[in-house]
Every structure is written in structure tokens, then in C-alpha cells.
Design a protein around this ligand. Structure first.
Ligand SMILES: Nc1nc2c(c(=O)[nH]1)N[C@H]1C(S)=C(S)[C@@H](COP(=O)(O)OP(=O)(O)OC[C@H]3O[C@@H](n4cnc5c(=O)[nH]c(N)nc54)[C@H](O)[C@@H]3O)O[C@H]1N2
Ligand SMILES: Nc1nc2c(c(=O)[nH]1)N[C@H]1C(S)=C(S)[C@@H](COP(=O)(O)OP(=O)(O)OC[C@H]3O[C@@H](n4cnc5c(=O)[nH]c(N)nc54)[C@H](O)[C@@H]3O)O[C@H]1N2
Ligand code: SF4
Ligand SMILES: [Mo]
Length: 743
């Protein structure tokens, strides 16, 4: 029985004006409201987790103030952090549970909505078996909630299938670090960055996505260090870079193999380190032999001189770092790409010291913590593997169940949607995830959502995905429940509660606990507060890789965070990993692993001769559910666009602002052209924060990295056509699209 999404007009009838809302008196007014108190906490958006003080009056967040003492950002914030406080009082905020009717949603009581959810899920399981229901979580959730959700899936539902939206984000990096170094955590604290003599930034638009990291990079350069940027686009930080390597999308492994080739040819490697602390070097050295600068240049589009210069700088430095984000990781060979960066650092002994090491830049607010305590399909708390007998035994004991009763590992996020599409999974509970906008091949994802027999979504706004739900449960914003997250540095920090959920909205954790009760498993979920959940998480993580047992909320507040592992209460925490060359594999060594250059899953051909890559802009966050509702952020960049190099534009008679049709093997999307010299002439770029007809993910494909299961968001094959001079956003000609200085 296919169920169409409910029409938006119906939602507007229930929830008043939506995306065009302006608060009475304008957007800045509430910043001037008098506040009763200030609450020290962290930004709800990216993995930098800047410290911020929320200004609170009664039960409303009315503004913010910088928190100058928090060491990571020292009061600095980006546009999203500054405006985040405007979400809570938005008229779209879900204040009641909603239940689907023939024509739209209607408000329901909690009793009715929770009963409909528990019976909806139970009936499907009774009919089709336990694994016919899946759970999707998210890495914006505090760790207490993600721990709770993992336990809920395994104990209350007994399903194998739980995964989370971090599957779209950090998993290629996490998989590669685990394979090479034995642990999935960022090795260096950010305070190390200014100490480096050379920093490579690969596949990260740091200025727009991690604005505070820009400050660390500039301090590195002020200290005399050199910045190398690897990206098909000259992103804003590239303006001050010492060397820019304009890599072709998907070709990072070739590029890093070429750089390592030159380092070995010129004998810049650190033999003693390799000898004493690593395995597998010879195979990697043999592999990169064929990647001489000429061949590398042909494959990557990076000039041979630049490859040699990068190699000499990196290989010649005492202390060098390589920071990478989704540009290298969002590929069907994302794990190889990251391994090639780790190999470079290992060969030059750049790891385990201040200013030296490979580092992943974490994306989501709790991108690191969200992948440690059990909401991944293969994981139990403490970064333990769910199929490891000792891990099963330990966690089962903490939970008071038999090890055999714990399900085994299940499908990852995209695989869950595929199983829904083929009818194997029929019921879904999803929280903090907007797959319709964020997963690749949106047309296919929509078909899958329409096939669900029962779907419950927990969110504080009605996301595009929630339009497909049978029940929407009004959950909580980050500032409405207290708990912990782990920032990109590996620093566990405290999120403080500023207000109660407004209206009849409820804390996410309470909702999940209530559902467990109604599913007859309440005895395992006797949590009166998120503090109770945290105390159990500490015990459940004890002895695991991500050991939080020595962390207390009091210590986090007093010490402004602690880097895990913290295996005992007196333990100082672990800001830097691998000091003295001690790695986390049983043999204590780092493992060189051959990173083989592989083609992408959607290859170019005559009909689709241009690379399409996707990503972000500074003023929007992820699928945009939150930031598309914040007026000043919308004004900054109102609409998506296609970045096109003037040469490619000229070939298709496209002028800046013209409507351009971008066509892939799956769909076509028409957007205004932004003609810029800052992108490779063989590549176009679209930011992905918008839904519907403007959604970049209608164009992308579902090929996954076989090991990390990450989708290949960064490389699809497309062609472009001029579709006329179209009017742009707000009725202005698209040519007047407001752009960032860099473009
Ligand atoms: N403003 C803003 N900030 C955010 C977010 C947001 O939505 N908005 N999201 C947060 C999250 S969850 C994440 S994951 C991060 C993402 O942070 P980033 O990874 O920095 O951002 P992206 O825009 O996805 O992609 C980064 C860069 O990869 C480049 N790229 C594309 N293909 C390739 C390739 O094959 N090789 C290389 N080397 N580069 C390539 C793109 O041109 C782009 O400049 O940002 C976090 N911060
Ligand atoms: N084409 C393309 N697609 C991409 C990417 C790309 O670069 N290109 N990047 C990918 C990456 S890196 C990421 S991280 C994903 C993100 O993918 P999504 O899962 O779509 O991320 P969000 O937009 O954060 O969606 C989360 C939903 O959870 C809600 N939410 C946020 N916090 C909470 C909370 O505390 N409680 C509850 N109950 N709800 C909450 C928000 O309102 C939102 O509706 O997108 C991926 N998709
Ligand atoms: S850099 Fe990230 S954490 Fe800091 S204010 Fe901006 S979005 Fe928030
Ligand atoms: Mo992400």
C-alpha cells in the first residue's frame, strides 16, 4: 500500500506560515530582549562544538553571548552559531504529536501517538519478524540519546537494523583510521595545528564549514608554516594558501600516491620510525613506484611541479599535518583515499607528536560521540564491535540480558532504505535524520519511504522526510536536554539545558523511554533523567576503546572537557594519541595498507562528460531543516546554484545567472549558474541543503564504499545545458545572486 507524502499546504494549515516567517519586529529583535540568565553550553551545529552562552528569559532562548574562556573557540562563532538561538521560538516548531489522516496531519495526544507508534511497530514485527523494523538515528543527538537509541533497537525492538546519519559523513575516515591505527578517533588536539610547519587541507572547505579551524590555520601560517590545499575548487582559504593542488574529483589516492612516490624517490622518509613502529611499508612503497609525477599529473590534473613541491615541503618538515574532510571521504573508494593520506603521514613519521599527524575534521555536532556508543549497525557502546563475543558478553551483563539475545550487526543507512524499497523492511522509527534530502538518489529514497507500512519520525520541525510519516513525535532541540557530546578534537564536553521543550513537545530521551515501556521492555529503561543514562553509558563503555568510565559531568564542566579515553576518575584524559609511536593494534604498530586507485561508481562518458560534485555553503546546515527557517541565514545565500568555470560556461553559451539544466543518469535539476574561475573547468558544484526540485541529491547515485558504506556524494557524471535566462530568487534576476567574496 503506497502512501504519498502529505502535501505541504496541509502542513501549513496545521502549522501556520512556514519558511517565509519573519518574527514580529524583525530577526534581530530578540537579541535585545533582557535575559534572566546565561547558560554556558555549545553550538548545536557542526563538529567544532564552539562554546557559547545562551541568553535565556523564562522558558525562551532569546539570544547569545560569546563564552570567551572556552579554549577551543575563545568566544569566536560563525554565522550559524550566532543565529542558532532563533530556532526555538519559530512558529513551525512542533508543539504536539501529529497523526496522519486522509488529508493531512492532525494534532494528537501523547497517549494516542505513542500507542499508535508502539502498536504500529509491534504489529509489523509480529507479522514479518523482528528485523522487519529498522531504526535510524543521528549524530546531532547528545551521546546519552544515541546510547539509548542503540539499546532501544537491540532490547525493546530486538532488531538488527539500526544505523545513523553519520553513515553519510565520517565513516570512511573512521574505517581507515581503525584499519591503519587501530582506533576511530582524531589523533591530535586542535592546539597542535599552529605548531605544524606544513599543513595539507584535503577535501575540506574549511572557511565555510569549519570557520574556527581557519583561525588555527592562520596561526600556523603566522608561525611560519605553509598551507597546501587539495580541492577541485579554490575555496576561500586557498586565497592565502602557499600551494594549491586542483585535484580532479575522485583522484585523491592517485595524488597522495604521487606525493609519496616523490618522497621515497628523494629519500625523505623516516626509516627509523617506519622500522620501529609500523608494518606493511614495503608493499606501499612498491605500489607507489608506478605513480611518478608525470602519470600522477595525467590522472589528477595537478601539475607535476606542484606534486614535487608538496612532497618536498611535507617530507622535509619536522612537523606536518594533513587535515581531511568529506571531499576525500565521500567516494566509493573513500577508505582508500584516507588510507593514502595516513600512509603519507606514517612514511614521514608525522604522527603522535605536537603539530604532526593525519586528522579527520569531524562534521556533525556529535559526529565523533555519535559513533561511539551503539547507534551504528555494527556497534555496541564504547566503540565495541557487536559481533565480538567478549563485547556482547560484557554489554549484555550491563543491560541484564543474555548475550545470545542481542541481535548481530545489521544494515547501514543506505542499505536500510534499499531493504525498505525491496519490501524486506516495512516499519521505521527515525530520529534526527532527514534522508529524503540527505541520501543520494532522492527519487529512489522517496519511493522507498512511500512503501513503508508504518513510519514514525521524531523531530522538532516537520522535515521533508516527516511528510511521509504516519506519526510525528514532537521532540527536543539540543538546548532542551542536558548531556554530553564529543567534539571533532575528541574532547568530551557538557551540553547544558537552557529551557524545557515548549508546548507539549517532549525530550527525545523521554519519548524513547516511553516507547520502550509501551513495547513491554520498560524494566530495561528505568531512566528518570539523561544523567541516569550517562551513568549507565560510563559503565557500558568501560574497558572498550572509547572508555568514558572516568568521565563525570562535574569534571567536564570544571575542566572544560576531557579527551577520551578516560578509564578512571583520576585519569587526565588523552588529548593526543599515539605518543611515542604506540598504536592501538594488538601488535602496537601502525599498519601501512596499500591504497589502490579505483574508478568511481558513476563514470564519465560521452553523454555525461562533466564531474558533478556537491557540498556546502557557510550559511546553511545539512538538509537545512533548521537553517532554512532562520531568515538572516536564508538571506545570505537564498537558493542553490551551479558553480561553473567560464570556459565550460562559454562552451554552452551560459552566462552568469542563466538557468542551467544539470542532467545525470538519474534526474535533471535546473538552477541558476554561478560562473566562477575558482572551480576546475571539467567540474560543476551544487550545494545540497535544499529539498524538492532544487535538491542536489536527485542527481547523485547510490554507489557505496564497500567497507565504510558511505555514498559517493562527491562524484557523479553529468552534462549541462543552458535552460534560459531565468529569474532568480525573490524575483530578482539570478545574476544578482548574492555571493560570498570568494566566488
Ligand atoms: N556551513 C556549514 N558547515 C558545516 C556543515 C554544513 O552543512 N554547513 N556540515 C558539517 C558537516 S556534517 C560536515 S560533514 C562538514 C563538511 O565539511 P567539508 O567536507 O569541508 O565540506 P563539503 O562542502 O562537503 O566538501 C568539501 C570540499 O570537498 C571538495 N571536493 C569535492 N570533490 C573532491 C575530491 O574528489 N577530492 C578533494 N580533495 N576534494 C573534493 C569540494 O570542492 C569542497 O570544497 O561540514 C560541517 N560544517
Ligand atoms: N549531495 C550531498 N548529500 C549529502 C552530503 C553532501 O556533501 N552532498 N553530506 C552528507 C553529510 S556529511 C551529512 S552529515 C548528512 C546529514 O544528513 P541529515 O540526516 O539530513 O542531517 P540533518 O539535516 O541534520 O537532519 C537531521 C534532522 O534531525 C533534526 N534534528 C537535529 N537535531 C535534533 C535533535 O537533537 N533531536 C531531534 N529529535 N531531531 C534533531 C533536524 O531538524 C533535521 O530534520 O547529509 C549527507 N548528504
Ligand atoms: S563553527 Fe560550527 S560549532 Fe562553531 S559556531 Fe559555527 S556551526 Fe557552530
Ligand atoms: Mo557530515
Amino acid at each position: 500500500m503506497a502512501k504519498p507524502p502529505l502535501p505541504v499546504e496541509e502542513l501549513e494549515r496545521v502549522y501556520g506560515p512556514t519558511l517565509n516567517y519573519t518574527p514580529p519586529g524583525g530577526w534581530t529583535q530578540s537579541a535585545h530582549h533582557a535575559a534572566d540568565r546565561l547558560v554556558k553550553t555549545h553550538c548545536c551545529f557542526c563538529g567544532q562544538q564552539c562554546g557559547i552562552q545562551l541568553r535565556v528569559r523564562e522558558n525562551e532562548v532569546v539570544g547569545f553571548e560569546p563564552w570567551d574562556e572556552f579554549p577551543f573557540n575563545r568566544g569566536m562563532l560563525c554565522p550559524k552559531g550566532v543565529k542558532r538561538y532563533l530556532q526555538g521560538s519559530h512558529p513551525d516548531r512542533l508543539l504536539d504529536p501529529l497523526v496522519r489522516t486522509e488529508t493531512g496531519f492532525r494534532r494528537a495526544s501523547w497517549d494516542e501517538a505513542l500507542e499508535a507508534t508502539s502498536s504500529g511497530l509491534r504489529q509489523i514485527q509480529e507479522k514479518y519478524g523482528r528485523d522487519s523494523v529498522a531504526v535510524l538515528g543521528g549524530a546531532s543527538l547528545i551521546s546519552e540519546k544515541s546510547y539509548l537509541l542503540g539499546k532501544f533497537a537491540r532490547l525493546a525492538l530486538g532488531t538488527r537494523h539500526i544505523d545513523y546519519n553519520g553513515r553519510l559523513c565520517m565513516v570512511s575516515a573512521g574505517t581507515a583510521y581503525k584499519l591503519a591505527l587501530g582506533v576511530d578517533r582524531n589523533p591530535n588536539p586542535w592546539a597542535d595545528i599552529p605548531e605544524a610547519q606544513v599543513v595539507i587541507v584535503a577535501g575540506s572547505n574549511v572557511a565555510e564549514c569549519f570557520p574556527i579551524t581557519t583561525d588555527y590555520l592562520w596561526r600556523m601560517r603566522d608561525n611560519g608554516g605553509k598551507l597546501i590545499v587539495v580541492d577541485p575548487r579554490r575555496t576561500p582559504i586557498t586565497r592565502n594558501a602557499d600551494l594549491y593542488l586542483p585535484v580532479k574529483p575522485g583522484m585523491d589516492t592517485a595524488l597522495f600516491s604521487g606525493i609519496l612516490h616523490v618522497i621515497l624517490r628523494e629519500e625523505l622518509e623516516k626509516r627509523e620510525f617506519i622500522q620501529n613502529h609500523t608494518t606493511g611499508f614495503e608493499a606501499v612503497a612498491e605500489y607507489v613506484k608506478e605513480w611518478d609525477p608525470r602519470r600522477t599529473a595525467e590522472m589528477t590534473g595537478v601539475p607535476p611541479e606542484s606534486i614535487e613541491k608538496a612532497a618536498r615541503w611535507f617530507g622535509g618538515a619536522e612537523r606536518a599535518m594533513a587535515l581531511h574532510a568529506r571531499g576525500v571521504e565521500h567516494h566509493s573508494h573513500g577508505v582508500e583515499n584516507v588510507l593514502s593520506i595516513i600512509n603519507l603521514c606514517l612514511a614521514t613519521g608525522n604522527i603522535g607528536r605536537p603539530g604532526a599527524g593525519p586528522n579527520m575534521i569531524t562534521g556533525q555536532g556529535n559526529g565523533q560521540g555519535g559513533r561511539e556508543h551503539g547507534q551504528k549497525c555494527d556497534q555496541l557502546p564504547g566503540q565495541r564491535h557487536i559481533d565480538d563475543p567478549a563485547a556482547r558478553e560484557y554489554v549484555a551483563k550491563v543491560w541484564g540480558v543474555e548475550p545470545d539475545s542481542l541481535p548481530r550487526s545489521g544494515y547501514s543507512a543506505v542499505e536500510i532504505l534499499e531493504a525498505i524499497h525491496r519490501g524486506e523492511i516495512k516499519g521505521l522509527l527515525s530520529i534526527c535524520f532527514n534522508p529524503l534530502v540527505s541520501l543520494p538518489d532522492a527519487g529512489y529514497i522517496r519511493e522507498a519511504l512511500n512503501k513503508l507500512e508504518f513510519f514514525c519520525n521524531i523531530d522538532f520541525f516537520l522535515s521533508e522526510t516527516a511528510h511521509h510519516a504516519d506519526v510525528v513525535l514532537a521532540g527536543s532541540l539540543q538546548e532542551e536536554e542536558e548531556g554530553i557530546v564529543c567534539s571533532g578534537e575528541g574532547r568530551v564536553i557538557k551540553i547544558n539545558k537552557a529551557i524545557d521543550p515548549p508546548g507539549n513537545a517532549r525530550g527525545d530521551s523521554r519519548i524513547i523511554v516511553d516507547l520502550a515501556e509501551r513495547l513491554g521492555k520498560g524494566e530495561y529503561f528505568r531512566f528518570a533523567s539523561t544523567r541516569d543514562i550517562f551513568e549507565e553509558l560510563r559503565v557500558a563503555s568501560k574497558g572498550g576503546t572509547a572508555d568514558y568510565s572516568g568521565i563525570t559531568w562535574e569534571r567536564l564542566e570544571k575542566e572544560m572537557g576531557l579527551y577520551w579515553p578516560v578509564p578512571a576518575e583520576g585519569h587526565p584524559g588523552t588529548p593526543r594519541f599515539f605518543e611515542g609511536g604506540h598504536f592501538k593494534h594488538p601488535d602496537g604498530k601502525a599498519h601501512f595498507l596499500v591504497a589502490d586507485v579505483k574508478p568511481g561508481g558513476d563514470p564519465l562518458d560521452e553523454s555525461f562528460p562533466v564531474h558533478l560534485t556537491t557540498g556546502r555553503v557557510v550559511s546553511q546546515f545539512l538538509s537545512g531543516t533548521q537553517t532554512r527557517r532562520i531568515g538572516p541565514l536564508v538571506d545570505q545565500i537564498p537558493e542553490p546554484f551551479v558553480e561553473i568555470h567560464p570556459e565550460l560556461a562559454a562552451r554552452h553559451s551560459i552566462a552568469n545567472g542563466d538557468a542551467v539544466k544539470v542532467i545525470t543518469r538519474r534526474a535533471e535539476v535546473t538552477l541558476p549558474a554561478m560562473v566562477v574561475r575558482t572551480i576546475r573547468p571539467d567540474t560543476v558544484f551544487i550545494p545540497y541543503h535544499w529539498p524538492g526540485a532544487k535538491s542536489a541529491n536527485r542527481l547523485t547515485h547510490r554507489t557505496l564504499d564497500p567497507r565504510s558504506k558511505i555514498p559517493e556524494f562527491k562524484s557523479s557524471a553529468c552534462r549541462i545545458e543552458r535552460a534560459g535566462a531565468a529569474p532568480g530568487p525573490n524575483g530578482k534576476p539570478a545574476g544578482q545572486l548574492k555571493v560570498l567574496g570568494a566566488r
